[in-house]
Design a protein around this ligand. Structure first.
Ligand SMILES: [Zn+2]
Length: 492
């Protein structure tokens, strides 16, 4: 073949490639956002804001040290709920689980239908001592200012508690009775592992042989401006959550005086192990749930991103490499590795006999606790280092994003917020749903409030706040969802 022919062939191949990229990009346009008529529910936003303000003023704080937890505040909060929502307390059956978790049962008309469960937690994380002054309003004062309720728990998760209570009360006042049994679980220890709360609720319901058609708990929001380049609001109804694994790496060596050290000490062995782990991220990639998430959102991104996402066959590894550089992108692609704690010798001139490192992993649904322990053992490849599991739970199952319940939640999100982009997503932290999924194939994670990029730092952070408008929307959402819940019922 002559050189001229080769050049011509290359040119033709290049033109063909550009044509394929262009055609695929052109057919990858913003999808029209399916419309639902926005439903207006007669509620009084100011009164609901006042309720959340009152709820915030109880210091129902979950501390890691159980002795520090102010349980009288939890009792006072429970009394406040009973005073504030009398109809609900009279007409629903209440079981207290381990004194502080409240499980309400609203008996339905049709015993042949499977029950459903809605959940929220009323414990909150502490405010880091010394940061109180950085708050625009004191974190437990429940100040209402500039259209917001301010304070710890306004986003996570007392807003959902109050909105659920308000929605059920409204339905009771209208003499509504659901078709299927509805459980409402208000848990008290979500921020410290849920053992006395959601885990115990599940045990209790298992004893009563309750099977749930579906459950809904926290785990995502209507995201506004949180995915770069995507203009519409995104109702990310999360269908799975990552697992959790903490490993302790332990190296042992000869101790002695630091003036005559061996070439390796327990500390350097641990350091090498950590470097190996850092250089070998757990394999991951843009597939399954994450791929669907980005393919759905990508249609609404600027042209360059659309060219890339319309052609993952060619640019897949490029997209993965770019996403891996960002902590938030990396976290949805793979099991993450975070070395968090270190210990060595107790004195500067004493060689360590033992050195330890604590490493925390957040498990992608494709991995398991065992597969990560095996992976870490292979990567470190050093028999002198013992690997011990400190705490572990598996990633969740993946709930069905085609099920009637998902459709119902999506429809209700549109009825509440208008033209939002609905997409199934992955929750990166742990929620009570990891227990509820034992009773139900489909555990969904979604709070119906809009989360703005500028407010996301308030989550477990400073200046946590919730807008009054959001509270009104959340009450509407739960009201409409419960009213239509028979649409997603399942026979027992
Ligand atoms: Zn929470």
């Amino acid at each position: 073949m002559t050189l001229k022919k080769i050049i011509l062939l290359l040119c033709a191949a290049f033109v063909l490639l550009i044509a394929v990229l262009a055609i695929r990009t052109l057919s990858y346009q913003p999808a029209s956002l399916s419309q639902e008529t926005v439903q207006t529910v007669a509620i009084e936003p100011e009164r609901i804001a006042q309720r959340l303000s009152e709820a915030v003023q109880f210091r129902t704080i979950s501390f890691d040290h159980v002795k520090m937890i102010p349980y009288p505040q939890f009792d006072a909060f429970i009394d406040w709920l009973a005073r504030t929502y009398p109809e609900l307390h009279q007409q629903l059956q209440l079981q207290k689980v381990n004194d502080y978790t409240l499980l309400f049962k609203w008996t339905g008309k049709d015993p042949a239908q499977q029950a459903i469960l809605l959940s929220a937690h009323y414990d909150v994380v502490p405010v880091i001592p010394g940061t109180e002054k950085k708050w625009a309003h004191p974190p437990f004062a429940g100040v209402i200012d500039q259209g917001y309720i301010w304070g710890r728990g306004t986003m996570d998760d007392k807003s959902a508690v109050v909105a659920l209570m308000e929605a059920v009360t409204l339905l009771l006042q209208q003499q509504y009775q659901p078709e299927q049994d509805i459980y409402i679980s208000l848990t008290h220890d979500e921020e410290i592992g849920s053992r006395k709360g959601a885990a115990a609720v599940v045990e209790l319901l298992q004893q009563q042989q309750v099977k749930l058609a579906w459950s809904l708990d926290e785990g995502s929001f209507v995201l506004n401006g949180l995915v770069p380049g995507v203009k519409p609001q995104i109702a990310s109804i999360n269908v799975a959550e990552k697992g959790f694994l903490t490993l302790e790496l332990l190296a042992t060596a000869q101790g002695g005086h630091s003036s005559m050290p061996a070439s390796e000490t327990a500390v350097t062995m641990i350091a090498q192990a950590l470097v190996k782990l850092q250089q070998a991220p757990v394999p991951g990639g843009l597939d399954g749930l994450t791929l669907d998430f980005y393919l759905t959102l990508g249609r609404h991104m600027p042209l360059l991103q659309r060219v890339l996402l319309a052609n993952t066959w060619l640019f897949g590894s490029l997209i993965e490499a770019q996403m891996s550089k960002m902590p938030s992108g990396n976290a949805v692609l793979r099991t993450t590795t975070a070395a968090t704690m270190l210990s060595g010798s107790v004195k500067s001139n004493v060689l360590p006999i033992e050195a330890t490192a604590t490493v925390n992993f957040r498990l992608h649904p494709r991995d398991s606790v065992q597969s990560i322990v095996d992976y870490v053992t292979r990567v470190i490849d050093d028999e002198r280092i013992a690997i011990k599991v400190i705490q572990a739970f598996e990633p969740s199952k993946v709930a069905d994003s085609k099920a009637a319940a998902f459709e119902l939640i999506a429809k209700t999100a549109r009825q509440t917020h208008g033209a939002v982009l609905v997409v199934p997503g992955l929750t990166l932290g742990a929620t009570d749903s990891r227990f509820y999924e034992k009773l139900s194939d489909n555990a969904y994670r979604f709070n119906p409030m809009v989360l703005d990029a500028k407010d996301s730092a308030g989550f477990h952070g400073t200046n946590e706040r919730m807008s009054v408008d959001n509270m009104a929307k959340a009450v509407s959402f739960y009201y409409l969802l419960l009213k239509d819940s028979a649409l997603a019922s399942k026979p027992r």
